[in-house]
Structure formats: C-alpha cells, structure tokens
Design a protein around this ligand. Structure first.
Ligand code: SF4
Length: 336
C-alpha cells in the first residue's frame, strides 16, 4: 500500500496557494471512487455531489443544518461563484445534538433567509447530515412546517454518508426530492418519460422507433452496471458474459426493433469471429476497447495479413480495469 501523503499547515503556507501539492489537487489524479460514488460525492473530494444535485433547480437555495465539523467543509461550496448567495448554514451545537431543539429553529431560519433575499427562491432545500439520520429526524415534517411559514416549496436533501452503500443512498433521496417538485400531469399514452432512473428498456419499448424518427442513425448496444464494473467490462471468467461477443445477444434484441446500423462491443478480439458477425449482418460495426489496449495495431496487422501476430486480449482485466481501480492508469499486460 502507498504511504499516506501529508504536509503541515506551515509547509502549505510556505508553498502558497499557487503551489499546492498535487496530492491536494483533485484534478491532478484520480480520487478513490467506490461504486457508491455516483450516489455520494463528498465535499472532501471537492465533489459536493449531494449539494450540487440539490441545487440543480434554477433559483433554488440550500440551508445546511449541521454541526461545525460537517458544516465547515460543506459551506465551502458557497465560495464557488455559481453558488454565491445560494448556500446558508445553521450551526448545530452540542445541546441541539442531544435534545433536537434545532428542529424548531429550522422553519424560523428558512423564513429569515427568504426574507433577507431580494428575490424569493424557487425552492429551499434543507440539507441534513448523519447527525439527523442518527437522531431519526422527520425532515419531511420540518419541511412542511417551513413551507407553512414561507409559502415556498421546501424539500429535504439528505447528505447521509452513512447510507451511501444502502438501498437509498443520498443521491437517490435527492432525486426523489427534486422529482417531488414536479406537478403530476395527466398521463399521455403516446409520450415516453425520459426523466428518472436509467432503467433498462423493455424489449418491445416504443422508444427505439421514436429515436429513429427523431434522427438517431445507429445504435451502440452494450450493458453497463457501474455499481459492479465487472459486469460492464466482463472478465473471461464472468458467470454470464464469458464468451466472445458477450453482449451481442443484446444487439439481437435491438435488431428486432430497428433496421438501423448496430455497433456491438464486448469480447470482440478474434478477427475471424468479428468478420463473421459483420458478414452475418448481426452487427454493422465492431467496437473494441481492451483489445485495442492489448494491441493498438489490431486493424493494421489484420489489413497487412499478419493476424497471427495480433496480441489477443485475454480478458484478464489485470492492468486495464485493474490499473484503473488502483489509480495506476489503464494499461495492459502486454506492455513492455
Ligand atoms: S490487461 Fe490487457 S489482456 Fe488483460 S484484459 Fe486488459 S487489455 Fe486485455
């Protein structure tokens, strides 16, 4: 394991703000990302994921209710110019944490903030932390009280890092809060709802036809599960996707609903196999990722009649996905 990097406040001061160590600049390297990253992005990683998502509604503001430790980090977001005057902080003290008396202060705080602003916010998001998760706070009720006091929509935005590996991680919760702002409209039978989760489309989904009509010219068909990257980039010993052309079966599904060109991907390493899929009309285009890492000259070698010299990707995932996960870049076992 690599040694943890640190430097003292004195060293930081000597370096100055324009010479910060690369380890402290998130744009300079990958920050450890668990599969839950999509659902939670900590302020410590300069992500502010939950806060930024919560402030996605134009004209919205956010009140974070938190003890000093969480609030300090998080209120840094107001230093970003896009969030100027959109982020407010109600500090919880020890007595609040023990007695929950801060809950009474929240509607008053929301009202005071709204009164102080020149333009009324479109919605007030109340961001709460693990403290309220542990206290079991009924934040929906606090939001309703705040709405009564201000006449504005108020919604919870839960930054519970505690739940990030759970069934309802923070970002899922935030999305629900935002969707709750949408006024339900009468359903139309000929309209598809594109908002929401990226659920797989039903096989007979009318969306394929609609996309064609909208000008889509081809389909790239693959499978992605970003909570388990081995389903997106399957290794040779994957229980379901071990065979060459492992995702082509999904191309076959899509083919039933469109005559447009289809691009296949996944386990396409053997030139003869790829040629056959193209010749059979199963796909019109073959995409490769790991194979081109294993041998960027795949196409040239084939064209020059040297297919036997191609380094075939063995789908070990050791240096490509493995390298990515270990923050060592995407490489291949064939690299010298
Ligand atoms: S390390 Fe190379 S051979 Fe192994 S899966 Fe990745 S690209 Fe293929």
């Amino acid at each position: 394991m690599k040694k943890a990097y640190f430097c003292t406040a004195e060293e930081l001061e000597q370096r100055g703000k324009d010479n910060l160590p690369k380890q402290f600049q998130s744009g300079e390297h990958l920050i450890y990302s668990s599969p839950a990253t999509l659902a939670f992005n900590s302020p410590g990683a300069e992500g502010f994921g939950v806060k930024r998502a919560g402030l996605a509604v134009p004209g919205s503001i956010m009140l974070i209710v938190a003890p000093g430790c969480c609030g300090r980090n998080t209120s840094m977001i107001s230093s970003m110019k896009e969030y100027n005057n959109r982020f407010f902080y109600l500090c919880m003290d020890e007595t609040d944490i023990v007695t929950g008396r801060h809950l009474k202060k929240i509607p008053k705080a929301v009202a005071s903030i709204c009164e102080s602003l020149e333009k009324k916010p479109s919605v007030v998001m109340i961001c709460i932390t693990c403290v309220d998760a542990l206290l079991g706070t009924d934040m929906e009720r606090i939001c309703r009280k705040s709405e009564e006091k201000t006449g504005l929509p108020v919604r919870p935005c839960c930054m519970y890092a505690l739940t990030r590996e759970g069934r309802k991680p923070p970002m899922v919760h935030v999305r629900q809060s935002l969707y709750s702002l949408l006024e339900p409209k009468k359903k139309k039978g000929n309209v598809v709802n594109l908002l929401g989760f990226f659920s797989p489309l039903m096989d007979d989904c009318e969306l394929y036809g609609m996309l064609e009509k909208a000008g889509v010219t081809s389909f790239h068909v693959t499978l992605a599960n970003h909570s388990d990257l081995e389903n997106t980039i399957p290794p040779k010993n994957h229980p379901y996707f071990s065979e060459p052309g492992c995702f082509l079966k999904f191309c076959d599904e899509v083919r039933q609903y469109t005559n447009l060109p289809i691009c296949g991907v996944g386990g396409l390493t053997d030139p003869d196999f790829v040629e056959k899929q193209l010749a059979d009309g199963r796909i019109q285009c073959a995409a490769m990722s790991r194979q081109l890492l294993a041998d960027p000259d795949w196409v040239n070698k084939l064209k020059d009649g040297h297919a036997d010299q191609i380094h075939r990707c063995v789908r070990c995932n050791k240096k490509c996905l493995g390298g990515l996960m270990q923050h060592q870049g995407t490489h291949c076992i064939y690299e010298k």
